[in-house]
Design a protein around this ligand. Structure first.
Ligand SMILES: [Fe+2]
Ligand SMILES: [Fe+2]
Length: 482
């Protein structure tokens, strides 16, 4: 069988030979109607009948795995796709390093593994729920299509995790798969599992920041799980990463295009001081200091997703071979972390300072450090656009102690430079660092839909190239009359 090809004959497209696995096939077919109901209830509001120019995976071959066509979203072919198995793969780290990778769940780690799959799975539908109203205020059909592409792929990522639950975790797996459809982002009684996935995504700048910063947390987690000794999880995550790249592309280029438009408008109006906020806003674009504040918010909320800097759970998941480090396979050490230390930023005697800790306990910290490095790459590209327009402003990621709700810095207030503030100072200066109500109102006032092919809202530049090389005036979404 050609693993790269996807079988589209049944209800559930797959490359895992579902046709020869009647128990799992039946379980997934039973889960399917609940999923479609969830999508119709919680997926993009108002566009379920529109034709959207979407990519669908037809292969897991990295060179050419997708085809593009118009699809009504509820008819999207969500499927189960795993990257090809590597013959003879070994567990790459932890106490079982060098043993054959597990093709079945190792009994002693069953609960831990299930939890990792459920937590990852829970984030996928959560982001669809968070983004469900954005379609109504899309700045262009191009952006509307990108939103929906991200949404359907997050739906597919849910399928990916639900397949693992149904195939490998028996009755508990089935119950967890049901629960993934029951929780709701932001619901006080049945919230999603992680904080950042219960926040609102109220506007398009938030959406782009979310896909830049929070989908990138997704990338880091998937990279760590792609190293897993449990081979089906590794293969699932490897394919998800191919899709994830597009989500971060949407975020990075979205923010780039907003910055570009702001800089162009400032230049045209002869404004060189980025802090002349009122003047800039009168041009119908988003001032750079407000973009910085949004970045501060999304970055800090996303850092919380990495959990406590020092974590026994993370140590156990590594030690047992379930969750590796970022790109474990490229690291040169013993892959067991015996007697090795890692510098962890901690609050010691009221001061923020590094302390060497056992590397095994510091894995969350390490993954977060890798994340920050990765985040800074795109920020550098944003700053290049600003510099090209000769405007004296630089977007900077805030200090990791800023605005935190999990980990070492939960109980202090720090400014974006990492200086500890009193509660009173924080209250007074909060609006310097995070969007104020006035900032939010201003952004909201700009969120007027632009649904004419080839046109863009005042506050965002067109993309350099179209999706699938389509021309600028391509009708990415054919909107159905309500
Ligand atoms: Fe995802
Ligand atoms: Fe994503």
């Amino acid at each position: 069988m050609n693993i790269a090809a996807v079988d589209y004959d049944g209800l559930i497209p797959n490359n895992v030979a579902l046709g020869h696995d009647p128990r799992v096939k039946r379980a997934l077919e039973k889960w399917h109607p609940g999923y479609i109901n969830w999508w119709k209830d919680m997926g993009p509001e108002g566009f379920q009948d529109s034709l959207v120019y979407l990519r669908t995976a037809v292969s897991v071959d990295p060179k050419g795995w997708a085809k593009f066509d118009y699809v009504r979203m509820p008819e999207y072919r969500w499927g189960v796709l795993l990257a090809p198995q590597h013959e003879g793969r070994k567990i790459p780290f932890g106490v079982h390093k060098g043993e054959a990778a597990w093709q079945e769940v190792p009994g002693e780690y069953r609960a831990m593994l299930r939890r990792l799959v459920v937590i990852q799975g829970d984030t996928e539908p959560a982001s669809v729920e968070q983004q469900r109203y954005l379609g109504k205020t899309a700045p262009s059909l191009y952006d509307l299509r990108n939103l929906f592409q991200v949404n359907v792929e997050e739906g597919r990522h849910l399928w990916a995790m639900v397949y693992l639950l149904q195939k490998y975790f028996g009755t508990d797996g089935r119950e967890e798969a049901e629960a993934l459809l029951q929780r709701r982002s932001g619901d006080p009684d049945t919230p999603r599992m992680l904080g950042a996935f219960n926040e609102k995504t109220p506007d398009w700048l938030s959406f782009f920041m979310f896909t830049y910063f929070t989908d990138r947390d997704g990338k880091m987690q998937l990279e760590a799980l792609a190293q897993s000794g449990f081979d089906p999880l590794s293969r699932t995550c490897r394919f998800m990463l191919t899709e994830e790249a597009h989500h971060m592309f949407v975020g990075e280029t979205g923010v780039t295009r907003i910055i570009q438009r702001t800089c162009e408008a400032m230049k045209e109006a002869g404004i060189s001081d980025p802090n002349e906020i009122d003047k800039v806003r009168k041009l119908g674009v988003i001032d750079l200091p407000t973009i910085q504040k949004k970045a501060n918010m999304h970055f800090s909320l996303t850092l919380d997703l990495f959990g406590n800097e020092i974590s026994t759970n993370a140590a156990n998941a590594f030690h047992s071979g379930l969750k590796g480090r970022y790109r474990e396979d490229r690291l040169k050490d013993d892959h067991q972390l015996d007697g090795i230390t890692y510098p962890v930023l901690r609050l010691i005697d009221g001061k923020i300072q590094n302390e060497d800790s056992p590397a095994l306990s510091a894995l969350n910290m390490r993954l977060r450090d890798d994340y920050v490095v990765d985040c800074n790459v795109g920020v550098g590209r944003w700053n290049k656009v600003i510099a090209e327009h000769g405007i004296p402003f630089e977007i900077k990621l805030p200090h990791v102690a800023f605005h935190r709700h999990i980990g070492e810095f939960t109980n202090i207030k720090a400014d974006v430079g990492g200086n500890v503030l009193s509660d009173a100072e924080w209250a007074k200066r909060r609006g310097e660092f995070l969007p104020s109500d006035g900032d939010k109102d201003f952004i909201e006032s700009l969120m007027q839909p632009q649904m004419e092919p080839g046109k863009f809202a005042s506050w965002i530049a067109p993309p350099r190239v179209g999706i699938d090389n389509k021309p600028g005036d391509f009708e990415y979404v054919k909107i159905a009359d309500a």
